[in-house]
Each structure stands twice: as structure tokens, then as C-alpha cells.
Design a binder for this molecule. Structure first.
Ligand SMILES: [Zn+2]
Length: 178
């Protein structure tokens, strides 16, 4: 897991190992690889937002080397299906054909769109851009609260990991952490 404290809010965003693995698989490391992307789904446990699933890319998405346009009906279907399982839509991700992602012009527009889309439990919208460098350097996480957006920095502070109820998930985490 990688933890991203959200400013002074007391909230922390966590990216599960499976989500990081999904990002790594779709990195644009070769010349002909197209941008990939999808949606982010999280469980919300108090002040911890744990992103457990990254969807996409899907067959009907429009993808080029330098652009990614998701298939909107597929997005809607994903949100409905996962909501039944208590997984909440919290944002989007996509790749960039560069080592360390810098927010592009299009991404600024996506962030503006978040004003409409941030009306869920998190009350904010996450945008993850995945470059080809190894995580966490190659992963840029920004959060938009409907007005402004901030880039989040990963934390090394173990104390901020979910003090969670479930002993199993604690074991799973410590087993998979390197
Ligand atoms: Zn982009």
C-alpha cells in the first residue's frame, strides 16, 4: 500500500497493492503502447479511503499514444455494479507516455470536470496519472475538492496506516509489503 495524507483534513488515501500492480502493468514503456485508463473504486472506513480497484482500459475506450477517452456507458455500468458491493467511485486514472507525469492541458480540463463528479462520499475527486517510472515516483495523485486541486505526496509514516478492525487485512498488508 502507498498512503497519501490529504492536507490537514485528517483523511488518508491508500492505494492497495493490487491497484499499484494494475498501474504498473499498463505503464507506457514502449514506443507503440497507447494510453490506458479507467476508474478508481474505494472502501471508505472513517477517515481512510482505501482504493481497492482500478478498472479499465476497456475495449470501447478511444486510445492513442497521447490521449485516452473512456467509454462513458461502461463507466456508468462499473459505478452501478460496484456500488452494490460497497465500493465507491472516487476518481479516474490514466497513463502518460513519460517517466514522471506532469499534468497536461487535458488533465486540467478533467480536473474542472470534477466539480460535477465530486458529489460522492469522499466529497472530492481523485486523479491519478501513471508515468513509466517505478511507483511511487511514477504515480501522481491529485485531489480536487470541486474548486481547487492539489498534488498529494506519499507518506512513509507507518502510524497513518488504517488502524483497522480486521486482523486479516493487517496480516495481508504486512506480508505483501517489501
Ligand atoms: Zn493526461
Amino acid at each position: 500500500m502507498i498512503a497519501y495524507p490529504v492536507g490537514q483534513s485528517g483523511q488518508t488515501i491508500f492505494l492497495a497493492d493490487s491497484v499499484i500492480a494494475h498501474f504498473r502493468r499498463h505503464r507506457q514503456r514502449r514506443k507503440r503502447q497507447k494510453e490506458a485508463g479507467g476508474q478508481l473504486f474505494a472502501r471508505i472506513e472513517g477517515s481512510n479511503i482505501i482504493v481497492f480497484e482500478a478498472t479499465g482500459p476497456r475495449r470501447k475506450d478511444m486510445r492513442t499514444r497521447t490521449s485516452y477517452a473512456p467509454h462513458r456507458p461502461s463507466e456508468q455500468r462499473e459505478i452501478q455494479e460496484r456500488h452494490r458491493h460497497n465500493l465507491h467511485f472516487v476518481g479516474d486514472w490514466h497513463t502518460h507516455p513519460e517517466l514522471i507525469p506532469s499534468p497536461s492541458h487535458t488533465d486540467a480540463r478533467n480536473i474542472a470536470e470534477c466539480v460535477k463528479r465530486s458529489k460522492h462520499e469522499l466529497n472530492a475527486f481523485l486523479l491519478v496519472v501513471v508515468g513509466s517510472a517505478e511507483p511511487p515516483d511514477g504515480i501522481q495523485v491529485s485531489i480536487c475538492d470541486g474548486e481547487s486541486s492539489d498534488i498529494l505526496k506519499p507518506s512513509n509514516d507507518k502510524a497513518r496506516e488504517p488502524a483497522d478492525s480486521s486482523e486479516n487485512s493487517r496480516k495481508r498488508r504486512s506480508n505483501t509489503r517489501k
